[in-house]
Design a protein around this ligand. Structure first.
Ligand code: UD1
Length: 460
């Protein structure tokens, strides 16, 4: 039997702050055509909180992590830590207390059951190798973990002295003699592989030099966490990071950096729906590149002490954007931006260079009336970036095109958010299925939509 819960009913007093989000709202009926207006708060970054939680495994004492978002990716990491014997207490206000003193090896089935489709288990490798001299990561080659490769991670772990055996059931790693420092050059500044190296090198014997490292703000925040724990890490401006291994690390007390991806998502929602959204907790410095594109696309913003207000500054204008590693335009920003660009006067181009398959979500936008053509090989001839990615893609967006309601299925986190925003910008009613996925990265998502005046029902 379908439960029907209207947004306005759920926002009545007494429902609690995440009254809707806690229900299994997998299907939304959204009535569009209303600007989103109001204030939302962003908490700590998903892309830092989950890694800082893993770092707690390296400490000999309790760690405290603040501003942790209530999202399902955090729950996955928490479960994985718990199956490894870490005690995790949650005060219900975004403060986690992580006690690693009982850390143990976990059974493969338990890791498998708790990890789900997440790639996070790969980041447990270094800390587990230091702690237990062995680690097992189930099923990494299969579709459960997605198509994204982990070759950089595995060759870095081998460089630290780990033995890596690929088995049909997963990957077994061992380092009976412990790990030593290494000279590593990443083929591409991968965020995950850089984190892998950091989480492994801090306790390895000797010095590690990492070249072509990712330098995203969340990585810098992870370095701050590790320094609080006793690590010695320095970096040069040319993507080189030096880590001097130490014998032991203690726990940390840290407030997560804000989630700039969520902030950019709400900014694009204001642009797409012609709304006016104040994003509490957003900061200018980490969003400089986004803000430039937002302004060029016809957006306007005011920077305040406690956040950023986003709205249109006039007609939306076409832009040419290429996603890139930091300090470039982040790949997670392009999906919500594309929804807004369907309303720009002219032809925009978004060239995805970080991932091979992050433009598939545009098919559903075309179903809603957009005019987006995806060129599988990419169309830009930009020789600045070396090395070039093999299979780049570009989306050409012709606007403005009125959007209308459709029945769509959420494909992934950012694509899913974009469908909801498109449905809210569209005339008529849309059905958006599989909304659960959006909770991987957006805290209290439905409550925030309600606070912004969105008109929707949770059905099924
Ligand atoms: C992280 C972020 C994600 C963001 C991405 C790029 C988290 C939880 N997720 O993902 O939101 O979009 O950074 O900023 O922090 N690659 C390889 N081999 C590897 C590892 C990566 O070829 O071993 C490739 C990937 O296929 C991809 C590119 O490198 O094309 C970038 O991936 P990476 O930076 O590692 O992304 P994640 O850490 O998975």
């Amino acid at each position: 039997m379908n439960t029907l819960l209207s947004a306005s009913a759920a926002s009545q007093p007494g429902h609690g702050s995440d009254s809707i989000s806690d229900r299994s709202g997998q299907v939304l009926a959204i009535r569009g055509g209303r600007p989103l207006t109001g204030r939302v708060e962003v908490k700590g970054a998903k892309n830092l909180a989950t890694k800082a939680m893993v770092a707690a495994l390296l400490g000999e004492t309790v760690s405290v992590l603040r501003d942790v978002p209530d999202i399902s990716d955090v729950k996955v990491v928490r479960s994985l830590l718990e199956v490894h014997g870490v005690t995790v207490d949650d005060d219900g206000e975004g403060v986690l207390r992580l006690d690693p003193s009982g850390a143990v090896s976990a059974h493969m089935e338990e890791i498998d059951a708790h990890a789900g489709a997440s790639r996070i288990p790969i980041l447990f490798c270094g800390p587990l190798l230091h702690l237990l001299r062995q680690a097992f990561i189930p099923d990494l080659g299969g579709c459960r973990i997605g198509d994204r490769p982990i070759d950089f991670h595995l060759s870095a772990l081998r460089a630290f002295g780990a033995t890596v055996d690929k088995l049909p059931s997963g990957i077994r790693l061992s380092a009976p003699q412990g790990l030593h420092g290494a000279d590593i050059t990443l083929p591409y500044p991968s965020v995950g592989a850089t984190e892998q190296v950091l989480l492994t090198a801090v306790r390895a014997k000797g010095t590690t030099e990492l070249r072509n490292a990712a330098i995203e703000p969340e990585i810098m925040d992870l370095i701050a966490v590790l320094q609080k724990m006793g690590a010695i890490i320095s970096y040069e401006p040319n993507r080189v990071i030096f880590i001097e291994g130490v014998d032991s690390l203690r726990g940390y007390d840290h407030r997560c950096i804000f989630d700039r991806n969520e902030a950019a998502s709400w900014a694009c929602a204001a642009l797409a729906t012609d709304g006016d959204i104040f994003v509490g907790g957003a900061k200018q410095q980490e969003m400089l590149t986004f803000l430039n594109v937002f302004r060029k696309a016809g957006g306007d913003f005011d920077i305040a002490e406690d956040g950023i207000r986003f709205r249109r500054g006039g007609d939306l204008k076409p832009v040419v954007v290429e996603t890139d590693v930091h300090p470039g335009f982040m790949t997670d920003w392009q999906q919500p931006l594309i929804v807004a660009l369907t309303q720009a006067h002219g032809t925009s181009t978004v060239h995805e260079t970080v991932y091979e398959n992050r433009l598939g979500f545009t098919r559903a936008l075309n179903q809603m009336g957009a005019d987006i053509v995806v060129h599988p090989e990419g169309i830009a001839s930009d020789e600045r970036r070396v090395p070039r990615r093999a299979l780049e893609q570009a989306a050409v967006i012709n606007g403005p095109t009125p959007l209308h309601g459709a029945d769509v299925v959420v494909p992934d986190l950012r694509g899913g958010y974009s469908y909801v925003i498109a449905a809210l910008a569209a005339e008529g009613e849309s059905t958006v299925r599989n909304v659960e996925i959006i909770r991987r990265g957006y805290e209290k998502f439905l409550d925030k939509l309600t606070a912004l005046g969105a008109d929707f029902d949770v059905i099924g």
